[in-house]
Design a protein around this ligand. Structure first.
Ligand code: 13P
Ligand code: SF4
Length: 310
């Protein structure tokens, strides 16, 4: 076994740390994690009071580690690279959300977890790609301000036509590199394969999909399906998970361009580094994730409402 991998697992035991990883992180980081999942699964795991470890190392992007810090205030949360941001989360800002709220009194502000804690704090409820449709359907308000992903928002609007959805113009640069014509070509090469797509994709990709869902829902679908081949319209890190869990099935990416550079910042080396330096004020402090209490209280409320409704 790789020397670095062995060091990470040894340090993890010594430091009593839980390693969580998103399915888009590099394969060796996923293999070192205690739990690998989608945003909803990772939020649930962070909130789970029965988990004995008092430290969480969150391998993912910053908003995900921030969500873990909000849901587990009694634990210390660390991220291997604090510069691993999500460009979509940075596309929404508080002043404009407040302006929209004032312009549409009575509308519910529904915010995708891919957002900053400050934006969550001025929202009524959060959603992930796994529960957005179900939560919007359950809300009493007819008018919804959906922040920040216009692709997921448009997908929700199509599924819940009795609601009026006001879209924010945000998007995921990684999913938007997956073009409809790339997908058509891959499908022509593998006509038996089913197309599984994340709702952050463009409409012309989603129109070709056999199944649309979060990364976790795509995993469940692929494992349960009798089909043997799948084309995955999402970030390519997901293919490692799918191939590991389903060694008898074939998975094809749409394009080598579907790589989230921020998720790839979570290297095994940085994971080892955070475990090694977590107690050192000069190094470890910069890797710990905290949220100002004034923002944390309302942001936590919006995430907890989501967990209650999903
Ligand atoms: P999931 O919640 O489906 O894992 O998606 C998170 C994400 O960032 C997709 O780009
Ligand atoms: Fe953000 Fe897109 Fe990366 Fe997901 S894949 S973390 S939405 S940039």
């Amino acid at each position: 076994m790789d020397e670095l991998f062995v060091r990470v697992k040894k340090l993890q035991q010594e430091k009593n740390a839980l390693i969580l990883a998103h399915v888009y992180t590099p394969p060796e980081v996923q293999d070192a994690a205690d739990y690998v999942g989608d945003s909803l699964g990772l939020s649930r795991r962070s909130a789970d009071a029965s988990v004995p470890q008092d430290r969480i190392i969150f391998c993912g992007v910053y908003f995900m580690a921030e969500t873990a810090a909000l849901l587990a205030p009694q634990k210390k949360v660390y991220i291997p690279d604090p510069k691993a941001g999500c460009p979509m989360a940075d596309m929404a800002e508080v002043a404009e959300v407040l302006r929209l709220k004032a312009a549409h009194p009575g509308a519910a502000v529904v915010t995708y977890v891919n957002s900053t804690a400050a934006v969550k704090a001025v929202s009524d409820i959060c959603v992930t790609s796994a529960n957005a449709v179900c939560i919007v359907r359950k809300l009493p308000q007819r008018r919804i301000i959906f922040i920040p992903d216009r692709s997921l928002g448009a997908y929700v609007a199509a599924q819940v036509p009795d609601k009026e959805i006001i879209l924010w113009p945000g998007f995921c640069p990684t999913h938007h590199r997956i073009l409809g014509e790339f997908l058509t070509r891959v499908k022509a090469a593998h006509p038996q394969a089913l197309i599984l797509a994340h709702p952050e994709n463009n409409k012309n990709v989603l129109e070709q999909a056999d199944f649309i869902g979060s990364t976790g829902q795509m995993q469940e679908y692929a494992s349960a399906s009798a089909a043997r081949e799948f084309i995955i319209a999402s970030e390519n890190g997901l293919l490692h998970r799918l191939r590991t869990d389903n060694p008898d099935k074939k998975f094809y990416p749409v394009t080598p361009l579907a790589v989230c550079p921020n998720m790839q910042k979570n290297t095994l080396e940085k994971l080892g580094n955070v475990l090694e330096n977590m107690e050192r004020p000069a190094d470890g402090a910069g890797l710990s994730v905290t949220v100002d209490e004034k923002i944390a209280v309302p942001a936590r409320r919006a995430i907890q409402r989501m967990l209650e409704l999903s």
